[in-house]
Design a protein around this ligand. Structure first.
Ligand code: SAM
Ligand code: SF4
Ligand code: SF4
Length: 364
């Protein structure tokens, strides 16, 4: 069932037509497979480590205060550098990109990057994960630049609960305005990512499910994960996906539906009355590393092969040191071929204390 990558909820159907033109660009090398036979298919690109929220489960404000030193601009990849790497990833088999962060919409000029990525031959899906705070103002430009889909994170419709979880008392209404703007711009269907934490927002699940049904939005319920080392994760705080499904099913009867394509991250359920579907991402209770075809590029240009990795491969030094495309491509392929990650399947009391990258650095 659901892979892990949990927070990475949104692969796209394989049926999408290529976004870019179909001009022949010459033979690509054979797509690399990792040590468990998994190909490289998706790349999540973190465009910034900065965020305007301080979600308790990601960047708790006690740790990441207002004076927190984010990466200086010069350390962040430029759009030209991201595009160059993206083209190499496509040659190695990637067909889907997802822009993330930190909060991707705080990066200036994002539509320019979207346009560059949408024009790459072989790209079949281009999506964005955002907290929605700045979406109302940018949805149209993003869509016009070639963005296909958007996932918006929202943990409650209750301002007190949402404000406490986002750490900056950001109001629910502003996120809902962002969702409406995305729908109006044609970024549909919008998906809503909700991280559920025991004793914090379980009571928000049903109101969110009702709202999503009524507004043509697909709710994705996400188990609270032990990403990074600063969010105080405890197994007791995880609400298992099976419990979340039972909760929704009791109010709005559900039936399972098959994955939209092999290796889909979320388990899907359809409302029996025809009012749409929900997804559950059970990275803790039902890990699915076997189907994990995803790599992550951090804002400063490191390649991570697992959400729970301790370190990444420094591609920025290669880029800025004058390495050829062939050399960078070979470095990426070799890193992927040496990959044997399956953290969520191995998760145990021994793994929970291991050093690992923070979620806002690689975007979930
Ligand atoms: N700032 C954007 C946002 O919040 O949508 C994009 C980056 S955020 C790291 C990507 C996704 O990771 C969000 O949907 C967020 O809810 C999820 N996430 C962050 N920390 C998590 C955790 N500890 N467990 C589960 N999901 C988490
Ligand atoms: Fe998640 Fe890592 Fe497993 Fe992939 S390999 S599903 S990123 S734990
Ligand atoms: Fe920011 Fe997203 Fe992390 Fe919340 S989950 S702190 S919005 S990066």
């Amino acid at each position: 069932m659901a892979p892990v990558s949990v927070a990475d909820p949104d692969p796209a159907p394989e049926t999408h037509a290529p976004l870019g033109a179909t001009r022949d660009v010459g033979a690509a090398p054979p797509a690399p497979r990792d040590l468990l036979g998994r190909p490289l298919r998706d790349l999540r690109i973190s465009v910034t480590d900065r965020c305007n929220f301080r979600c308790t489960y990601c960047m708790p404000r006690e740790v990441y205060g207002l004076d927190y030193a984010f990466l200086p601009r010069a350390e962040i990849l430029t759009f030209e550098e991201i595009e160059r790497l993206a083209r190499l990833f496509v040659r190695l088999g990637v067909t889907k990109f997802r822009l993330t962060g930190g909060e991707p919409l705080v990066r200036k000029g994002l539509p320019d990057l979207v346009r560059r990525l949408a024009e790459i031959d072989g790209v079949r899906d281009l999506a964005l994960t955002t907290n929605g705070a700045l979406l109302a103002a940018q949805a149209r430009a993003l869509r016009d630049a070639g963005l296909r889909r958007v996932s918006v994170s929202l943990d409650s419709l209750d301002d007190a609960i949402f404000g406490a979880m986002n750490g900056v008392e950001f109001p629910v209404q502003r996120v809902l305005q962002g969702i409406r703007a995305a729908q109006d711009a044609g970024l549909v269907p919008v998906k809503l990512n909700t991280v559920v934490k025991r004793g914090v927002n379980e009571a928000s699940v049903l109101p969110l499910a009702r709202w999503a049904r009524d507004h043509g939005v697909i709710l994705r319920l996400i188990e609270f994960m032990d990403v990074g080392l600063t969010n105080g994760w405890r197994l007791e705080d995880v609400v298992p996906a099976a419990e979340l499904v039972a909760l929704v099913d009791a109010a709005f009867p559900l039936e399972p539906i098959p994955p939209a394509y092999p290796g889909e991250v979320a388990t899907r359920w359809r409302y029996r009355d025809g009012a749409g579907e929900i997804g559950v991402i059970a990275s803790v209770t039902q890990p699915f590393c076997g189907a994990c075809t995803r790599a992550r590029l951090s804002a400063k240009g490191e390649l991570f092969t697992c959400l729970f990795a301790a370190g990444g491969l420094d591609l920025r030094t290669l880029l800025r040191g004058g390495a050829s495309d062939e050399a960078i491509e070979a470095a990426i392929a070799s890193r992927w071929q040496g990959r044997s990650d399956r953290y969520s399947e191995l998760r145990s009391s021994e793994t929970t204390g291991l050093r690992r990258v923070e979620m806002f650095a690689i975007g979930g």
